[in-house]
Design a protein around this ligand. Structure first.
Ligand code: ADP
Ligand code: MG
Length: 484
């Protein structure tokens, strides 16, 4: 705690509430589709609108995803939890209430761990609860009027609430990234932030070190990590300005404007009692038997931390390399396939961190979109290991495969004449010629100058048009110079 960074003498305190859209095909209490991008109001059914005579039924798949999340973060899965109505008026909520969980959420406690500033950091979770999303107001296309699209109404969300554990915007961003990676890894959320599948509310306050927590303001609906960083940065300066002007920070809900980079109060914050929470009479308590939890546990994928640990132990990767290989489940699977196919973990990891990541980053693609299959990468690595191509040659082959200019490693090597010289007779002829033509360097080498030797190797490489194996060329040169 004593190591918290201070800004203008203040400590920043942040708690995040994240809405992760659960990847079910249908809504949380109805059979309507959750597909993104449908024409407005074609996917909201009578249940989503709570029309008289309809009854909600909880979606098993949504509950199962909540259980999966709870197990992954080491939380308690409540054997019995309650769906409650949260009552408020808003045009995109024609029911007049949102079904959520209040007093007894399905996931209780737990923690999310991630690397931050060279250390392992754990953020404690308060809870995660199931709830339905509201509709959406569309202000853009209606010449001054607002349209309402209710397709999103009833979409399943898991709201994941942290303790006020974070002490900087950067730390909040790292937490959000780790949480994002985790829900995608678990297959419970598609993680698409542009489409709103993962959005954060940031609760921010400041205090003098050692003082009790200050009053917080809640920044709503941040749907990118950059916005999260910018919004918290702005908010912290705003709150400190206020306090230094002798004014109080009032509890409020604020919106971030990405165009100006500013936060602005939307309303003074309502308290829980304003929502008149009460158990939804249409939904029985959510009962989760221990057998159900065990079934979900048995079907869980290996978690990123465990997998990274395995890559260090079994493959000899460094902690940093192992963390990079487990940046997503797809990346880890790619690494494992390439490793198994070429039999060299370190080289597979190096290629993935080097050429592959460089290309993916430059092109803004994810590993699922890599044009090169793990088996092709493995074959290329094999051709470096068996001396067929040099590292430089291998990079050329890689570029050709990546850009679709060829699909078969050996064919590309042959077509582009990248095969290293393995014929020792041909190499020997070149070495002899180089020795004969560079008497000065030979003399200098014999006088003990290492640089002269490197120059001779360079000449051999040049004469072979880069096809000589440098190690082999060096060896041959050395033995000839010694015996000569
Ligand atoms: P509410 O019920 O009004 O949403 P909660 O107690 O559930 O309030 O807290 C909501 C979020 O605000 C949590 O993530 C919590 O960690 C965070 N939080 C609470 N107090 C503070 C504070 N003083 N500064 C920053 N964040 C806070
Ligand atoms: Mg809350």
């Amino acid at each position: 705690m004593g190591t918290s960074p201070l800004i203008r003498g203040f400590e920043v305190v942040i708690g995040l509430e994240t809405h992760a859209q659960l990847s079910t095909a249908s809504k949380i209490f109805s059979g309507a589709s959750t597909r993104f991008g449908a024409a407005p109001n074609t996917q909201a059914c009578a249940v989503d609108l709570a029309l008289p005579g309809t009854l909600p039924v909880a979606n098993r798949g949504a509950v199962e995803r909540a259980i999966r999340f709870g197990l992954a973060v080491g939380a308690k899965i409540a054997p019995l939890s309650i769906f409650a109505r949260k009552n408020y008026f808003y045009p995109d909520l024609p029911k007049g209430y949102q079904i959520s969980q209040y007093e007894i959420p399905v996931v209780q406690g737990g923690r999310v761990e991630f690397a931050f500033e060279g250390r392992r950091k754990a953020v404690q979770l308060t809870r995660a609860h199931l709830e339905e999303d509201a509709g959406k107001s569309l202000h853009e296309d209606f010449a001054g009027q607002t349209g309402i699209d209710l397709n999103r109404a009833g979409t399943p969300l898991l709201e994941i609430v942290t303790e006020p554990d974070m002490r900087s915007a950067a730390e909040a961003v790292e937490y959000a990234k780790a949480l994002h990676a985790l829900v995608v890894w678990l297959g419970i959320c598609d993680g698409n932030m542009q489409e709103g599948s993962f959005r954060c509310d940031a609760n921010v306050s400041v205090r003098k070190p050692g003082a009790p927590f200050g009053t917080r303001r809640e920044i709503k609906n941040l749907n990118s990590f950059r916005f999260l960083q910018q919004a918290v940065d702005f908010e912290v300066q705003w709150q400190i300005d206020r306090i230094e002007d002798g004014l109080a920070v009032e509890q409020a809900t604020v919106l971030f404007n990405p165009d100006t980079g500013e936060t602005r109060a939307m309303r003074t914050k309502e308290d829980a009692h304003d929502y008149r929470y009460f158990p939804d009479p249409d939904l029985p308590p959510l009962v989760i038997a221990p057998e159900w939890v065990e079934r979900v546990r048995a079907a869980m994928p290996e978690l990123p931390a465990a997998m990274a640990e395995r890559f260090q132990r079994a493959d000899g990767l460094s902690p940093d390399d192992a963390a990079l290989m487990t940046q997503s489940l797809a990346f880890a699977r790619y690494y494992e396939s390439a490793r198994d196919a070429c039999g060299n973990a370190k080289l597979a990891a190096n290629w993935l961190m080097g050429e592959v990541s460089k290309r993916l980053n430059a092109e803004g693609r994810s590993i699922e979109e890599a044009p090169l299959a793990p088996a092709q990468l493995a074959r290329l690595i094999g051709r470096v290991v068996d001396g067929t191509v040099s590292n430089a040659g291998a990079r050329q082959v890689f570029d050709a495969l990546w850009s679709g200019a060829g699909s078969e490693v050996d064919a590309v090597i042959a077509e582009r004449g990248l095969k290293q010289m393995s014929d020792s007779g041909a190499l020997e002829a070149i070495v002899d010629a180089v020795i004969a033509a560079n008497a000065k360097s030979v003399e200098e080498f014999r006088a003990g100058k290492d640089r002269a030797f490197n120059a001779l190797v360079g000449q051999v490489m040049k004469a072979s048009q880069g096809k000589a194996n440098p190690a082999q060329a060096g060896e041959l040169l050395r033995s000839k110079l010694r015996s000569g």
